[in-house]
Design a protein around this ligand. Structure first.
Ligand SMILES: [Zn+2]
Length: 81
């Protein structure tokens, strides 16, 4: 699985909206000394047709859940076409 990097464009998912384009502004990964490694999370600047919002501590979508998660745009194309 490709790890996100700062500046990557991903899709952010919420209850109300379809996927929104979002830019990764920071990436938090587990540290080597973590006893229980946490999943990688990102901070996003989310682009809406009428403005922007921000989301922190966002985890990657890896199942059917689709709220406050992100995924790569290629996954969206796979599901909706
Ligand atoms: Zn999507």
């Amino acid at each position: 699985m490709t790890e996100p990097t700062v500046g990557a464009v991903v899709h952010y998912l919420t209850y109300r909206d379809p996927c929104r384009a979002a830019i990764v502004t920071s990436v938090t990964r587990s540290q080597p000394y973590d006893l229980e490694p946490e999943p990688t999370t990102v901070t996003l600047t989310v682009l809406h047709p009428g403005g922007m919002s921000f989301a922190a501590g966002v985890r990657q979508q890896d199942g059917p859940d689709c709220v406050d998660l992100w995924h790569w745009p290629s996954r969206c194309r796979d599901v909706t076409t």
